[in-house]
Design a protein around this ligand. Structure first.
Ligand code: EPZ
Length: 423
């Protein structure tokens, strides 16, 4: 097990190149398994979750050839099973996109329920509701999901809750269904648009991605045989952007799409940070040493403030002036990391969806754990802002979604030592 030993109190400054979006890449790799021809996917992030999903695709018989560290060619023509039952399926959430992909490809699928971060219940009822709308029979038994259709026929589905995963999975099954599918109350995240753009590049007919109504005209054959580059990761970018006001520093995230960062940019300005936007970069500085002002955040589906930046924003609120609030509207239990922040001197009250953060805290170094991917990144942020040295344990969870995390942090002045504990 690996730990990070972090010396806090240093001002962080410099440029951070942002990698491809993990959550777009997971959906697009699954989409490469439903099209008929080979596809080349560029700008993949170099993170563990991507390696895991590519390994699963290869185990299913697809020809997966890394062209280099950020580019892969996937030829699905040799996929030889509709069953994805490998234990590896449980190690990530994104493996469940193979439900829609294999159902779309074979009109049947059986797979092991996925894993992923623990924020309380993570149901898949809306995914199954979507598949049923396409004519599939679905069953969940013994920890596995089975879906089968004599014929996939386009249908309409209303998502009771805005769900990224359900929107992705229904698109993956519908691109091969006969006729038109309409997804109402669809997720609007940038990675949904990226998925639709990938599939349309490969021959599909998807309209409305990025709005709450997505229309898919099913096609029997998707030739593919094209290349596609993934969008930059808005959550990686947002995590680094917050380090500037947190440490009184000056951070420029490069290779981003500023529009995707608007929900965070607006809040940073509200708190008094200085934000400069270029064509493909955003620079955040501490506004001439003025103290940050605490504010209220609430997480919402895009274009609201992303839940995947919630732990990081709570850390930022710890050092701001005044009382800050966070309302977590997406996940039922995404404050488990707060106990670790309290050990560092944070003064945070949580009750259900609400967290009230007493600002002006003097964070001090402590031994803490990475509870999950984004909470782990927040622990590192808190350690970088704290007085003294902190130890962050279980950092493998962070490395699932942040490429070259230590290199990028050290390049902006972070003092982090990596210790391999072979216990
Ligand atoms: C995706 O998870 C992301 N994961 C999560 O990011 C992210 O937090 C989440 O979307 C919200 O943006 C990947 O893309 C791999 P949802 P997903 O379905 O698809 C409820 C990270 O850090 N719901 O949008 O699982 C659900 O309980 C990860 O990269 C149902 O009720 O999230 C939640 O309250 C962590 N029934 C809400 O919808 C369903 O069938 C949103 O979940 C499905 C979801």
């Amino acid at each position: 097990m690996r730990t990070y030993h972090i010396e806090g109190g240093h001002r962080l400054a410099g440029d951070v190149p942002i990698g491809g979006s993990k959550n777009a890449a997971l959906a697009i790799i699954a989409a490469a398994m439903v099209v008929d021809g080979p596809s080349v996917i560029e700008n993949l992030p170099e993170v563990r979750d991507i390696d895991t999903l590519l390994k699963i695709c290869s185990d299913l018989g697809a020809k997966v050839e890394r062209q280099n560290s950020t580019c892969v060619r996937i030829d699905p023509s040799s996929i030889n099973t509709h069953e994805a039952m490998q234990p590896l399926m449980e190690s990530i959430r994104g493996s469940y996109y193979l439900m829609g992909a294999l159902l779309g490809r074979f009109k049947k699928v059986k797979l092991r329920m996925p894993g992923g971060c623990d924020f309380g219940s993570r149901p898949i009822d809306l995914h199954l509701k979507g598949f049923q709308a396409l004519g599939a029979r679905t069953e969940v038994a013994h920890g596995n999901v089975s879906c089968e259709a004599d014929q996939l026929v386009g249908g309409s589905v209303f998502l009771d809750t805005v769900s990224v995963g359900a929107t992705v999975n229904i698109i993956l099954a519908a691109v091969k269904a006969e006729g038109k599918t309409v997804i109402d109350n669809a997720a609007r995240e940038p990675h949904i648009v990226d998925l639709a753009n990938f599939l349309n590049t490969m021959g599909a007919d998807i309209r409305g991605a990025g709005t709450d109504v997505i229309r898919i005209e099913g096609r029997p054959y998707l030739p593919a045989n094209q290349e596609y580059a993934i969008i930059p990761d808005q959550i990686e970018a947002g995590t680094y952007m917050m380090l500037a006001p947190l440490t009184g520093g000056d951070i420029k995230v490069c290779g981003v799409i500023p529009k995707h960062m608007e929900p965070l940019t607006a809040k940073l300005k509200e708190m008094g940070a200085k934000v400069e936007e270029g064509e493909e970069y955003i620079r955040v500085t501490h506004n001439n040493g003025k103290k940050l002002k605490a504010t209220s955040f609430k997480t919402m589906p895009y274009p609201g403030f992303p839940t995947d930046l919630q732990p990081q924003a709570v850390v930022l609120q710890c050092v701001a002036d005044g009382t800050g609030r966070m309302l977590e509207n997406v996940w039922e239990n995404r404050y488990q990391y707060v106990d670790n922040l309290r050990m560092m001197g944070a003064n945070i009250l949580t009750s259900g969806k609400l967290a009230v953060i007493q600002g002006g805290a003097k964070l001090t170094g402590a031994r803490v754990k990475a509870r999950d991917l984004r909470a782990g990144a927040a622990m590192v942020m808190a350690a970088l802002a704290a007085e003294g040295t902190s130890v962050v344990e279980e950092v493998e969870k962070i490395e699932r979604g942040y490429e070259f995390f230590i290199d990028k942090m050290r390049n902006i002045g972070a003092k982090i030592k990596v210790v391999e504990n072979n216990s």
